[in-house]
Write a protein that binds this ligand. Structure first.
Ligand SMILES: O=C[C@H](O)COP(=O)(O)O
Length: 251
């Protein structure tokens, strides 16, 4: 039985006061939730304040990105130790906006996943196809490559520290959610791939989130799919009411 895991990716939104207000509101609303793992991923500069605001509640904190080196001359980058120092449990690696806007490669994403695990952070490996790739019937190939390369060198002992987030790029921030069947098809394919790369036991245990215009109105039908174990939520995670409603739908 996989415990559902719902994470909010705030992306480049909120200010200092707004971050604390949202985090404190969620901590209060979700204080009794223990059947769902919950995380929020604010911008780097608000991580400490958000960690303080959710302290003692079931809401954990994640970062939206990281760098794979431990320290040194890497201007503008943030290390895993820094993230742990400000209270992070999770880190998103390979979000499609980082792949397609910033230009991150599978190789870089893989270094981040391995460095996260090494440091004790729990990576959320995000994968997903572009609209033209789906239209060209390349969804499975693209996602398989991203998962396989993203997990290269991750041992069987460590793989269950990873959550995979399937986010079809055409569904992100567009209001165009993948249908539950479309999500289920790709999630089942990913689970089958994990069985091939690791074992059936690992595949049965690893959590696979769906992301892309997830909101209160479609949470139940997405989460009803047998291979959808959680959600990586963008826009709808920016309001206490919406995000907590999604979690309570599952709890
Ligand atoms: O990381 C979250 C996803 O990119 C989904 O964003 P969205 O819920 O705004 O479509």
């Amino acid at each position: 039985m996989r415990k559902p895991f719902i994470a909010g990716n705030w992306k480049m939104n909120k200010d200092s006061a707004g971050s604390v207000e949202l985090a404190a509101g969620l901590a209060k609303e979700l204080k009794d939730v223990d059947s769902v793992d919950v995380a929020v991923c604010p911008p780097f500069v608000y991580l400490q304040a958000v960690s303080n605001a959710v302290s003692g509640s079931p809401v954990k904190v994640g970062a939206q990105n990281m760098y794979f080196e431990a320290n040194g001359a890497f201007t503008g980058e943030i290390s895993t130790d820094m993230l742990k120092d400000v209270g992070c449990t999770y880190v998103i690696c390979g979000h499609s906006e980082r792949r397609h806007v910033i230009g991150e490669t599978d190789e870089l994403v893989n270094k981040k996943v391995k460095a996260a695990i090494e440091s004790g952070l729990l990576p959320i490996l995000a994968v997903g196809e572009l609209l033209e790739e789906r239209e060209a019937d390349k969804t499975n190939d693209v996602v398989k490559t991203q998962v396989t390369k993203g997990l290269e060198g991750v041992s069987a002992d460590d793989i269950l520290k990873v959550t995979i987030a399937y986010e079809p790029v055409w569904a992100i921030g567009t209001g165009k959610t993948a249908t539950p069947d479309q999500a289920q098809d790709v999630h089942a394919m990913i689970r089958g791939l994990i069985a091939e790369l690791y074992s059936q036991d690992v595949a049965d245990k690893i959590r696979i989130q769906y992301g892309g215009s997830a909101k209160p109105a479609n949470t139940a039908e997405l989460m009803a799919q047998p291979d959808v174990d959680g959600l990586l939520v963008g826009g709808a995670s920016l309001k206490v009411e919406d995000f907590s409603k999604m979690i309570k739908t599952v709890a």
